[in-house]
Design a protein around this ligand. Structure first.
Ligand code: SER
Length: 320
């Protein structure tokens, strides 16, 4: 690999993917971009401002370096997307089209995460296969289906090396997720460590797929590095590491923090979104075609999250 351009670098995934890529390929080989001005950003290594909806920003960034790979992360997630559906269409789709056009014009490989949000009405709820009914009920899901189809189109029509996988809820401690439905899981663990209590906005028996960030990072790198001719389901692969309900997560946290308590104040919007997604997707195609594997199940993930959050709390400056 010569050089990688990452959009949405300051988000939940980008803030951990960029350091991982820099450790693997070299600091100068990875240009991090996001919408925030450089003076507001603390990031080691090359950084540029890139509003993914602005053609001028793309031109400027692409003129400065020769890239061979784009990792396009910038997107509005499911719950926030329902507050501003038109803006979500604009950011997610205009951003994707600029990224695809850049990949086509400069002969770059392009990767972007899709999501379990592509699924909806008529999708099998359990062991959901990669290729199945996709009738999402959120604007976020609509934009991710459109992205997958465009990725296929650019591959077949223009020979662009497009790749994508469908993430479930991603759990991590470094940068909190924003505006998603699966965010409850991250919040529950954070609040358990911080305050010992959490009120969940999705109901007790709502089961969804999840993955811990280190597994999400390895999966992205494995798919990006995979031999192109092995990728039969290139847009997109289901991936998952665990599935649980808020009740199951609460009980697992309680094993480490016995005083932890939780209750529910269900938010109808986010509950409806969660109910429209599968209970358990099948990652078999990812396993078969590029060796997808995971290291963290529910119990290892919760243990590691609590340890990391406690450590960062101990090192946080004391309140006056
Ligand atoms: N974590 C995402 C969301 O909730 C799913 O891709 O919206």
């Amino acid at each position: 690999m010569t050089k990688i351009l990452v959009t949405g670098s300051l988000g939940q995934i980008g803030s951990e993917l960029v350091p991982a890529l820099r450790a693997r390929y070299g600091v100068e080989k990875v240009v991090a971009t996001d919408i925030r001005p450089p003076e507001e950003v603390t990031i080691d290594g090359p950084y540029a401002v890139l509003n993914v909806t602005e053609a001028n920003d793309w031109e400027e960034v692409l003129a400065k370096d020769q890239f061979d790979t784009i990792i396009h992360l910038a997107a509005i997630l499911s719950a926030r997307g329902e507050m501003k559906p038109l803006q979500t269409w604009d950011i997610n789709m205009t951003g994707t089209m600029h990224a695809l056009e850049a990949a086509r014009a400069y002969g770059m490989k392009i990767f972007a995460p899709s999501s379990i949000a592509v699924f909806g009405m008529g999708t099998p709820k359990t062991m959901t296969p990669s290729y199945t009914v996709m009738r999402p009920q959120t604007m976020y899901g609509v934009t991710k289906v459109a992205m997958e189809l465009l990725f296929d189109y650019y591959y077949h029509k223009f020979g662009v090396d497009t790749r994508s996988l469908r993430f479930p809820g991603i759990i991590s401690y470094r940068t909190p997720p924003g505006g998603g439905t699966t965010d409850y899981a991250v919040e529950m663990i954070r609040e358990a460590v911080k305050r010992g209590h959490y009120t969940s906005f999705v109901g007790p028996e709502t089961q969804l797929d999840f993955m811990y960030m280190p597994d999400a990072i390895s999966a992205m790198i494995a798919l990006i590095e995979a031999e192109s001719d092995r990728l039969k389901h290139r847009n997109a692969y289901n991936v998952t590491a665990m599935r649980f309900t808020p009740e199951m997560l609460g009980r697992e946290i309680k094993r480490h923090l016995p005083d932890f308590t939780w209750d529910y104040a269900v938010d109808p919007l986010r509950q409806r979104i969660a109910d429209s997604w599968p209970d358990a997707v099948d990652p078999a195609d990812a396993v078969a075609e590029w060796g997808f594997k995971t290291s963290y199940d529910l119990s290892r993930m919760v243990e590691d999250m609590i340890r990391a959050l406690k450590t960062s709390q101990e090192h946080a400056p004391a309140h006056m």
